[in-house]
Design a protein around this ligand. Structure first.
Ligand code: MG
Length: 260
């Protein structure tokens, strides 16, 4: 009898190794604590659950400020339940800082978009803003419905680092939905990176980044590298395309503890 046949015979007799370890009662492996907290979900998927911090509910930008001057209110106009990038005013970011979180955000490239490549509906969601301008970790927003560009710069990419797993973007003029789980990097007392940032991203319900590891904050030129930081705002980019700018709606966040 060869080895394969012998193994098959043993399995048929029910004397495999896995079986041999199954002693005790079913209750021995039941866990009853800690009991997960009760969260009341939104009316539909995409609506904020009751433990979320609503960052934009269609009415005002009270939760936001100018990235380059925190004494200035976010200068982007709110209208019709959405807000829109205002050219020449720079980026905006949340007044609050966050570490690990689940984030929901909806964005729309205008239907009459013009331009090509990176100059076509470009914005960005900085998962942690590390200062003025574009400092931070950028999840790209761009018209990628029918617009060729470098693939680590298309919608769903971690800009210049990670190509999305798929391209589920909708046409310009239609709303796109990001659902994100961000795990912030951690740093040792001396400032060296201890654990890198990780992120999971769904775009329009399709997985585009699967718990990927970031090499550091976004670098436009050259390789990224980590520098120690703590909790950080979430930032939206005013890229300065010549065509009409992007709009946003329904933004909410759930803070997560370090080990969840
Ligand atoms: Mg961008």
């Amino acid at each position: 009898m060869n080895i394969r046949l012998a193994a098959t015979a043993l399995l048929a007799l029910g004397v495999g190794a896995a079986h041999a370890q199954q002693t005790g009662k079913p209750e021995d492996t039941e866990v009853w604590e800690p009991v997960p907290k009760v969260v009341t979900p939104g009316k539909t998927v995409g609506d904020a659950p009751n433990d979320a911090i609503v960052l934009f509910d269609g009415k005002n930008l009270d939760q936001w400020t100018s990235t380059d001057d925190h004494s200035v209110a976010a200068p982007w106009p709110v209208s019709g339940g959405m807000f829109t990038v205002k050219k020449g005013t720079g980026n905006i970011e949340t007044k609050r800082s966050f570490t690990n979180y689940q984030l929901h955000l909806e964005w729309r490239v205008p239907a009459n978009i013009s331009g090509t490549g990176q100059a076509r509906g470009n914005s960005g969601l900085f998962l942690a803003s590390l200062g003025k301008g574009d400092l931070g970790y950028e999840l790209q927003m761009l018209d990628s419905y029918n617009n060729k560009t470098y693939v680590n710069g298309m919608a769903g990419s971690i800009y210049k680092q990670l190509i999305p797993l798929a391209n589920p973007t909708r046409k310009p003029g239609e709303w796109q939905v990001y659902d994100i789980v961000w795990t912030a990097p951690t740093f040792a007392a001396g400032g060296a990176m201890a654990t890198p940032a990780r992120v999971t991203v769904l775009l329009n319900g399709v997985l585009v980044q699967n718990n990927v590891t970031l090499k550091g904050p976004t670098q436009y030129i050259g390789p990224p590298s980590y520098q120690a930081h703590g909790a950080a705002p979430i930032k939206l980019q005013a890229h300065g395309d010549k065509s009409e700018p992007l709009s946003f709606r329904n933004i909410w966040i759930r803070e997560l503890s370090a080990d969840k």
